[in-house]
Design a protein around this ligand. Structure first.
Ligand SMILES: NC(=O)c1ccc[n+]([C@@H]2O[C@H](COP(=O)([O-])OP(=O)(O)OC[C@H]3O[C@@H](n4cnc5c(N)ncnc54)[C@H](OP(=O)(O)O)[C@@H]3O)[C@@H](O)[C@H]2O)c1
Length: 251
């Protein structure tokens, strides 16, 4: 557990969104993830709000699948203890640059390590989240799973090229989300599984690439918008790729 989201139950508002009746889990307490967890807690829309990451207890690290299984079992136990279903899952993990390398401007910069790490964090980890956490969503009633993706993962929208590993890994994430949305709808017709592009947000991930002229928002502002958009989601949005205003993006 991280410090921001405390595990006490908060009564959901009567006018809250479709997924607001139960507990919420945010995976990835980075710039956007911790702001989203804080915003969910501030708005008192949900029951308990839990945030899980590599430095929480339990720890969740994509490099170790057993840590995902253990974290999912912990969440199931907490939900049972609080007598609430898990009604919202937000996956806010991601990787663009780091010790493994920088985003590639040309195919000549492609490196196996950078590709492998990008796919681990942007696609394989979230795929294992599908496996371990989607079964925790209820079989009846509204619920939502929101995976933060990136517009640069859109194949249709790719006008500039570059950023091979990140683009490809987010495109793979988008396909995983779309595929899971179909399976999840068979389990619960009121559920919604979407990929969401948060816009350009001032975090460690974007810092080296925030050029003047870009509309860069604070993580708090982005989180408010993300939580607002989540509150408008219903089953008609299932399997879509949306921007921070809730508008459809091309895959
Ligand atoms: N910021 C932007 O402008 C922007 C734009 C478009 C899309 N996005 C997307 O929005 C999401 C959130 O990005 P952000 O800006 O908040 O990035 P961030 O601050 O760098 O946070 C990234 C999160 O991913 C987690 N993570 C990294 N490697 C992991 C691993 N092996 N196992 C588990 N978790 C791991 C980090 O965990 P630790 O806390 O343990 O390091 C951190 O919580 C990402 O999917 C990103 O691609 C961001």
């Amino acid at each position: 557990m991280t410090s921001p989201p405390s595990p006490h139950a908060i009564a959901p508002r009567a006018d809250a969104g479709p997924e607001a009746a139960g507990a919420a889990v945010v995976i990835g307490p980075g710039g956007i993830g911790s702001a989203v967890a804080h915003e969910l807690q501030q708005q008192a829309r949900h029951g308990p709000v839990w945030c899980l990451g590599r430095r929480t207890e339990p720890a969740l690290d994509y490099a170790r699948e057993d840590s995902l299984a253990h974290s999912a079992a912990w969440v199931a136990q907490q939900c049972a203890h609080a007598c609430v279903p898990l009604s919202l899952l937000v996956v806010a993990t991601g990787y663009l640059h780091g010790p493994q390398g920088q985003p590639e401007r040309s195919w000549s910069h492609l490196q196996a390590d950078q590709l492998a790490h990008s796919f681990l964090v942007n696609s394989i980890g979230p795929a294992l989240i599908l496996k371990h956490f989607l079964p925790l969503l209820p079989r009846q009633g509204p619920c939502a799973a929101v995976f933060l993706s990136a517009k640069v993962g859109s194949i249709t929208d790719n006008q500039l090229g570059g950023w091979y590993a990140y683009r490809a890994a987010k495109a793979a994430l988008n396909q995983l989300v779309k595929t899971a949305s179909i399976e999840q709808a068979r389990r619960n017709r009121q559920s919604v599984v979407v990929a969401l592009h948060p816009g350009t947000v001032d975090t460690a991930l974007s810092a080296p690439f925030s050029k003047q002229g870009l509309n860069v928002r604070s993580s708090q502002e982005a989180a408010r918008q993300i939580v607002q958009v989540i509150s408008t989601l219903d089953a008609s949005h299932n399997g879509s790729f949306i921007d921070p205003q809730g508008q459809l993006l091309p895959w």
